[in-house]
Ligand binder design. Structure first.
Ligand code: GDP
Ligand code: MG
Length: 521
């Protein structure tokens, strides 16, 4: 259908309506009802303006700066650069938005800035990367942006870029036309025109501007945030596993669904091993501390009355137990044999490092009645140093359980429950005192301290404080687990992949040779 025919059809279709409108207006005018009809019509328009203004005032577009919880300190530094970059464009013009070159410039500059955080001596942001990694970064960022735009910009799949440009031109022409109209009207009736001009500027003009710049700025910010996020994943080496595995590994480390809410009473909180390994990947909890600190007693207390049904597996340097925390998170507990009171020997340390390399959360058990904590401090310092040399990993959070609180003075008294935070009984005051000393000794090496008594038959504090402290650090723990999963997978399988590629390439060569030979015959 030609354009002329289309316009003709449109005219035929609209003609009756136009006729009715004209006649209706004329009739209203003639009968003098116009005066009364005028007000409801004006009211309708005013309400629609007002609502449009209200509804565009606060941007309903979602924030685009979500960032994964597992990021390391180095990733966070890089993210600050990304955020600053997005902020620097707070007044982007529509011209820039239409210019493809603007996006590639921004992307390259961002890639450079992020790469600088990861290897300071590189001049080219892509030198140290492989091609599949770079492509994975582009793919993930593009997929995210696509999802976002499809979801929040209605009808975007039907708009060509050309249409968007045209829409902008139309708005510009509309503004020009409007100005011409105002100029004309001004000659006829200056005062009234001026008043109407101001009113309309305040409403419609700013409305269109706001609608436009809202979406434009939002898209531009989303572009930088999403690209930045995956540039960080790229430079930290986590895209080595490929797009598919990247998504799978992240999904495995999600928190269990909320319907498995934590139980309300401490009694319910007794751990239920019946729900083993139904949710996300279990996290590993390494129990460290010196020999006889009370580690195994605590583990038994955590496993509780159902210990018999818990999976138990002897491993080098300790024993592994699998069970499920209230809330549904699977936990694999690694009970280690511990180090001597003289501090970790090199062998002990190697075992502890091995255990915490494996761990997503560390439970350090130390005796309340034994003030010498140098071995524990040494161990944590050495662990910190070890993790500091691996900036792509994160030191697991450390929860300290202060055991043997039953032996604090008055020794003969053991009458739980104790309210160690605010209680006034001598035992409560002593527990409080002991914990503040421990806190001071460990300083920022640890994230939480809880008192416990792990002695069979006299247990206290495990369900009340230790388990909640562990649950509170699950997000952090899952974060360390993700980083490790990426490390393990990126390192493994590189050679077998190369082998597969060589085999596939070899087959290709053979096929070509075969074809050539066949052709010659
Ligand atoms: N009084 C008291 N004894 C405890 C406590 N925790 C553990 N024990 C005892 O300390 C000894 C060593 O405990 P164990 O859990 O085997 O220590 P591990 O070497 O760290 O695994 C055992 O005899 C336990 O009964 C506690 O909180 N209070
Ligand atoms: Mg033990």
């Amino acid at each position: 259908m030609t354009r002329l025919r289309f316009l003709f059809l449109l005219f035929l279709f609209l003609a009756p309506f136009l006729f009715l409108m004209g006649m209706g207006g004329y009739y209203l005018w003639e009968t003098g009802w116009m005066f009364w009809a005028w007000w409801p019509m004006i009211l309708c328009l005013a309400v629609s303006y007002f609502l449009a203004w209200r509804w565009t005032k606060r941007p309903t577009l979602p924030p685009t700066d979500e960032r994964p919880g597992y990021w390391t300190d180095r990733d966070k530094i890089a993210w600050e650069k990304v955020v600053a970059k997005a902020k620097s464009f707070e007044t982007i013009t529509t011209d820039q938005l239409e210019d493809p070159k603007h996006y590639s410039d921004v992307a390259l500059d961002l890639a450079k800035q992020v790469a600088e955080v990861y290897n300071l001596d590189s001049t080219d942001p892509f030198d140290h990367l492989t091609l599949p990694e770079v492509l994975a970064c582009a793919e993930l960022a593009a997929a995210d942006l696509d999802e976002l735009v499809q979801k929040y910009v209605p009808g975007v799949h039907m708009l060509r870029i050309r249409d968007m440009k045209r829409a902008r031109k139309a708005v510009e022409w509309y503004k020009v036309g409007q100005n011409v109209y105002w100029a004309g009207a001004f000659f006829v009736d200056p005062i009234q025109t001026a008043a109407r001009y101001l009113a309309s500027k305040a409403m419609l003009g700013s409305l269109i501007d706001r609608l436009q710049s809202n979406v434009i700025l939002w898209f531009h910010t989303a572009f930088i945030h999403h690209l930045g996020r995956y540039l960080i994943e790229l430079n930290s080496g986590r895209l080595k596993v490929g797009v598919k595995r990247y998504r799978e590994l992240l999904a495995q480390q999600q928190a269990p669904p909320a319907e498995a809410a934590p139980p309300a009473t401490p009694e319910d909180a007794a751990l239920d091993p019946a729900k083993i390994a139904t949710g996300p990947k279990p996290i590993t909890l390494a129990v460290l501390g010196s020999v006889k600190a009370g580690k195994s007693s605590l583990v038994n207390a955590m496993l509780g009355r159902n210990a018999a049904t818990v999976d138990r597996l002897p491993v080098t340097g300790g024993t592994r137990y699998e069970f499920t925390l209230p809330g549904g998170q699977g936990v694999s507990i690694l009970d280690t044999s511990g180090y001597g009171q003289d501090g970790p020997t090199d062998e002990d340390f190697a075992a502890a490092v091995e255990a915490s390399r494996d761990a997503d959360l560390i439970l350090l058990v130390t005796q309340a009645t034994n003030p010498g904590r140098q071995p524990d401090l040494d161990l944590l310092d050495r662990l910190h140093a070890w993790f500091a040399s691996k900036p792509h990993l994160r030191m697991p959070p450390v929860v300290v359980a202060v055991s043997h609180i039953d032996l604090l003075s008055p020794k003969s008294e053991w009458n739980p429950p104790y309210d160690w935070q605010t209680g006034t009984r001598p035992k409560e005051a002593n527990i409080r005192e002991c914990l503040s000393v421990v806190k001071e000794q460990f300083g920022d090496r640890i994230t939480a301290v809880v008192p416990v008594c792990g002695r069979e038959g006299e247990r206290f504090g495990v369900v009340e404080w230790l388990v909640p402290a562990i649950v509170a650090h699950l997000d952090h723990a899952r974060g360390t687990a993700v980083l490790k999963a990426f490390e393990a997978e990126a390192g493994a399988g590189q050679w077998s992949k190369l082998g597969n590629q060589v085999v596939a390439g070899g087959k290709q060569v053979l096929n070509v040779l075969f074809d050539v030979l066949k052709g010659k015959k």
